[in-house]
Write a protein that binds this ligand. Sequence first.
Ligand code: ZN
Length: 74
Amino acid sequence: MENEQLSLFKLIHFNKQPDTSIPDKIHLSGKQRWCPYCSNKVIFVRDKKLGVKKCPVCSITEKDYWVKRVNKIL
Ligand SMILES: [Zn+2]
């Protein structure tokens, strides 16, 4: 059973080289951000322990350089 869980975890694709910009056809609305690491439209959620917002899919924080860069967060 443990092995099955591991293989499920691997289904999450994590880009080793993050996207450097949001793909042209992607339209973000409201609180949506582009996650450059898992290439998903996501809404970053606050981690109560760390006090930072994280991608719910791959757990990268909003403080990451590329997250800020592609979403133009200064
Ligand atoms: Zn992500």
